[in-house]
Ligand binder design. Structure first.
Ligand code: A3P
Length: 286
């Protein structure tokens, strides 16, 4: 939001698309040797996987029961993305950081057993639908021709942050070398309470019953959609709110309203090919 009123200019690094001035080559290069503080947990996700939901949850968990002290702060200030310009060292005011970077591009200082990483994943069919709508209402991202075209680009990894398949596979394959908690969007939909409890225990935080219930209340789609600190409404420059909202549907299975039968079969076959041997199963329906 700090940059100009121009559409993003896309550039590639390591074969992956980034968008200037949201990203810069300089920052991405600098991040390689950035010394991350292992006591500041890192949320990692492919875009549109429930990142903001986990930012909300984790930042409220870290508030030690004082939810009011945190809840009105804008999410991206509570848990800044390390790869968004103008991220700088001296980030120690923050208790939490976020990234959409793939495994290779995350600072090497984060790849060890001390650094707490919460990886958020979502079934790829809902990810591509959400990403498609996001591009449609984002002023600065390339507007997709249509869903079918976007689906093709997504499968080819020809979108910002690259291939969903590579992202999830690489992070998942390294999870035993890391101190990583793997959570899914679908698990949050099924039982938000138990995900909150899991995340709290990963972050070494005890939640009393009242705090847990309050976090549950602050993590509902309805609350986050109407709350100024979480709903991106203030970022009018970035978003055409007449076309759509950041808080769009918030459900599992909306892909069924977008995928044609043939596209679905095609996607399934690509998935099997690209994710062979990975013991991951997603819910595509609840
Ligand atoms: P939809 O576009 O399918 O509605 P991210 O935060 O990674 O960009 O992901 C955004 C997606 O998560 C959007 O999906 C958004 O609606 C959904 N989302 C965010 N907060 C949510 C919540 N509290 N409950 C359910 N879905 C949520």
């Amino acid at each position: 939001d700090e940059a100009s009123n121009q559409p993003f200019e896309y550039f590639e690094l390591n074969g992956i698309s980034f968008a200037s001035p949201l990203h810069s080559l300089e920052l991405l290069e600098w991040l390689k040797d950035f010394e991350m503080d292992p006591d500041i947990p890192l949320i990692v996700s492919y875009p549109k996987s429930g990142t903001n939901w986990v930012q909300q949850m984790a930042s409220l968990i870290l508030a030690n029961g004082n939810i009011d002290s945190v809840k009105d702060k804008i999410l991206k200030h509570r848990a800044p993305w390390i790869e968004f310009v103008p991220f700088k060292p001296g980030y120690t005011d923050y208790q939490l950081l976020t990234t959409h970077l793939n495994y290779q591009m995350v600072p090497s200082s984060a790849k060890n057993r001390r650094m707490k990483i919460i990886y958020v994943a979502r079934n790829p069919k809902d990810v591509v639908v959400s990403f498609y709508h996001y591009h449609n209402c984002h002023h600065y991202l390339k507007t997709p021709k249509d869903f079918s075209d976007f689906l093709e680009q997504f499968i080819e990894g020809n979108v910002i942050y690259g291939s969903w398949f590579d992202h999830i596979r690489d992070w998942y394959n390294h999870k035993d070398e890391l101190n990583m908690l793997f959570v899914t969007y679908e698990d949050m939909q099924k039982d938000i309470r138990s995900v909150i409890v899991k995340v709290a225990s990963f972050l070494n935080k005890m939640l009393d019953g009242k705090t847990l219930e309050s976090i549950v209340d602050h993590c509902t789609f309805a609350y986050m959609k109407t709350n100024a600190a979480t709903n991106y409404r203030a970022e009018l420059k970035h978003f055409n709110h007449d076309i759509g909202h950041f808080f769009r549907k918030g459900i599992v299975g909306d892909w069924k309203n977008h995928f044609l039968v043939a596209q679905n079969e095609w996607f399934d076959s690509i998935y099997q090919e690209r994710m062979a041997g990975l013991p991951l199963k997603f819910d595509y329906d609840l």
